[in-house]
Write a protein that binds this ligand. Structure first.
Ligand SMILES: C[S@@+](CC[C@H](N)C(=O)[O-])C[C@H]1O[C@@H](n2cnc3c(N)ncnc32)[C@H](O)[C@@H]1O
Length: 356
């Protein structure tokens, strides 16, 4: 009984935790504490087993005291100590002899510059907070919570935030994606709605004989070009500005098309028309690869796609997450055969169709 009540009440206050993580990332706490060195081995080893409070350790000088952290970040000392203790309770910091350090999770994912950095993604989740406050209204009306008019130029900082968040996410997933696809057989790839171009870059790295085009709206491609340049792949990965809803794609120009995390933005008839365009743009025998979150048959799981579907209700005109069977049906309707599904993890899969 008590567990049920705890569970219920935690659902009510879980957003306090979200705000603590957002604030920790945005204040730059984890970068500051990187200067303090690694957490002690005994603390790192016990990460998943114990809470992060180890007040003994006389003479311990690793990490930083809350007063120093407050001074360096220009924050209120009393508030900072309360806040740091909350980060300890979330196991993002450890505390020993009143000194705070990053735990292994924070060091790995929340320090800018780390290979697996996810801070931009956390910041993006904060950016979309106002949308989620309108959930009740969206459920009542069925309409999204979007306020930006379609003809308004997107705010450049918001575009950068979104692109870097997608890049954080895609970098984590690219390894698994590459294991599920035989990308060495591809010669010319279209990364449709490629955003930051992370997957095109990863595929081009794996297959030195491949050339790729990242196709997206103009404002997103400025950032994709930075990532392509950073990867040193400008000679093989190019960009193409376009709107695939309004324009045709070049005919029979590619032997592979990746449609990654794009179809959840649109409704089923639009998705069928996008896939028909992909079919025309593929050479005979070419493959379209849908990569997306997948709902189970009941539509009630897995947890992340179920919530991501609500995120699409709030953030798009007609998007949602879909079941694998629906996507297969769209591929079939668009004229693809040999349709296969390969799961990347419990939440997402690639569904591959061949142009006959
Ligand atoms: C969720 S992001 C996915 C980005 C990338 N494919 C990935 O998986 O990391 C969706 C991308 O599709 C692009 N997109 C959506 N509709 C588009 C359209 N009509 N024409 C061109 N690009 C579009 C968006 O601009 C955005 O970059």
């Amino acid at each position: 009984m008590k567990k049920d009540l705890e569970y219920l009440l935690e659902l009510g206050w879980a957003y306090w935790k979200s705000q603590v993580v957002f604030t920790g990332v945005e204040l730059g706490i984890f970068e500051l504490l990187k200067e303090g060195g690694k957490e002690p081995a005994d603390v790192a080893a016990g990460f998943s087993l114990r809470r992060r409070t180890q007040p003994k350790g006389c003479g311990y000088k690793g990490g930083k005291e809350s007063t120093e952290i407050a001074r360096r970040l220009g924050t209120d000392p009393r508030a900072m100590e309360m806040f740091l203790n909350a980060l300890v309770s979330l196991r993002l910091l450890s505390k020993r002899a009143n000194r705070y350090q990053n735990t292994s999770v924070a060091s790995r994912y929340l320090v800018r510059g780390a290979a697996a950095y996810q801070g931009d993604r956390i910041h993006h989740l904060h950016n979309i907070w106002p949308r989620w406050e309108k959930l009740q209204e969206s459920v009542r009306t069925g309409r999204s919570a979007l306020e930006e008019k379609e003809d308004e130029k997107p705010d450049p900082q918001r575009v950068r935030d979104f692109m870097t968040a997608m890049h954080n996410y895609a970098q984590m997933k690219a390894k698994t994606l590459l294991k599920r696809l035989n990308v060495r057989s591809f010669r010319r790839l279209l990364d449709l709605g490629g955003g930051p171009g992370t997957y095109a870059i990863a595929i081009a790295r794996k297959n030195p004989r491949l050339t790729a085009v990242v196709y997206d709206l103009a404002h997103n491609l400025e950032i994709a070009r930075e990532f392509i340049k950073g990867a040193g792949l400008e000679d093989r990965v190019t960009t193409q500005v376009g709107n695939f809803l309004e324009e045709e794609l070049p005919e029979e120009a590619f032997d592979a098309i990746l449609v990654s995390n794009v179809l959840h933005i649109y409704d089923p008839p639009t998705n069928i028309s996008i896939l028909k365009k992909c079919r025309k743009a593929l050479q005979p025998g070419g493959r379209v690869v849908i990569h997306d979150f997948l709902l189970d048959e009941s539509g009630t799981g897995p947890l992340y796609p179920v919530f991501f579907s609500l995120n699409m209700l709030l953030g798009t005109c007609s998007g949602a997450c879909y079941r694998g069977a629906e996507m297969k049906e769209w591929l079939f309707t668009a004229g693809f055969s040999g349709i296969k599904t390969r799961f990347l993890d419990k939440d997402s899969a690639v569904i591959i169709g061949i142009r006959g």
